[in-house]
Design a protein around this ligand. Structure first.
Ligand SMILES: *[C@@H]1O[C@H](CO)[C@@H](O)[C@H](O)[C@H]1NC(C)=O
Ligand SMILES: *[C@@H]1O[C@H](CO)[C@@H](O)[C@H](O)[C@H]1NC(C)=O
Length: 203
């Protein structure tokens, strides 16, 4: 009997703590709270149409206040974030390629990666540029171009992981390179999903 009531007390106490922490967290947001909830809800729902919804949400959360509930801004922000990720990945692989103790094969595979990632960067830049010229009058043609460029960017990234997979690279570096490339490929795939959604929303 006593054991049960102390358990209940503990639950009530824990519940009080949770409520308190929620209220404490809410205070700084009070003014913009409604907007914040609306924007993050839009982001979460939009990301559901992508293949990697969690990565989509996490990578774009910082831009939620800018995106608001605008699908066009969401798609543009997603392309921007993907471009930045490919850029830093390419720089990281360039640095890793200079590591000591790599076999010539491994260095060659990394240099190949940096090269295809550079193509991928060009394609993403073109997509972002095309997106900025998107109008009702040129919608279908422009979106179709953007779909083509982003698909090409994704293919280039896949070329990099495939090339790296074929060689027997040292465990750690191989795992690391694969992991970061896979992540940017997932971000690119998410951007493509958002573009495809934008394309169908027009009809
Ligand atoms: C994308 O980045 C460009 C350049 O930094 C910026 O001008 C633009 O507002 C960004 N677009 C979106 C939708 O975030
Ligand atoms: C990679 O390693 C495996 C096993 O260690 C070996 O059988 C294979 O021939 C190697 N491949 C290359 C391309 O070096």
């Amino acid at each position: 009997m006593e054991a049960i009531s102390s358990k209940i007390l503990l639950i009530i106490f824990a519940f009080g703590l949770i409520i308190h922490s929620i209220q404490a967290n809410e205070r700084p947001y009070q003014q913009s709270n409604k907007l914040f909830i609306r924007n993050t809800l839009f982001l979460r729902n939009s990301c559901r149409s992508t293949t990697y919804p969690r990565l989509c949400y996490v990578s774009l959360l910082k831009h939620a206040h800018f995106i608001q509930t605008n699908h066009m801004l969401l798609t543009g922000a997603s392309l921007n974030v993907t471009l930045a990720a490919v850029k830093s990945t390419s720089a990281l692989i360039s640095t890793l390629a200079k590591s000591h103790g790599l076999k010539p094969r491994e260095v060659a595979a990394m240099k190949d990666c940096v090269e295809v990632l550079s193509d991928s960067l060009d394609e993403l830049r073109r997509s972002i540029n095309e997106m900025s010229h998107l109008r009702a009058s040129n919608f279908e043609l422009t979106i179709s171009d953007v779909q083509t460029w982003v698909s090409a960017a994704l293919t280039d990234q896949t070329t990099c992981t495939d090339g790296f997979q074929e060689i027997n690279a040292t465990g750690n570096i191989k795992t690391m390179v694969r992991r970061i490339i896979v992540q940017v490929a997932q971000m690119t795939s998410n951007s493509l999903a958002l573009i495809n959604k934008l394309a169908t929303s027009h009809y």
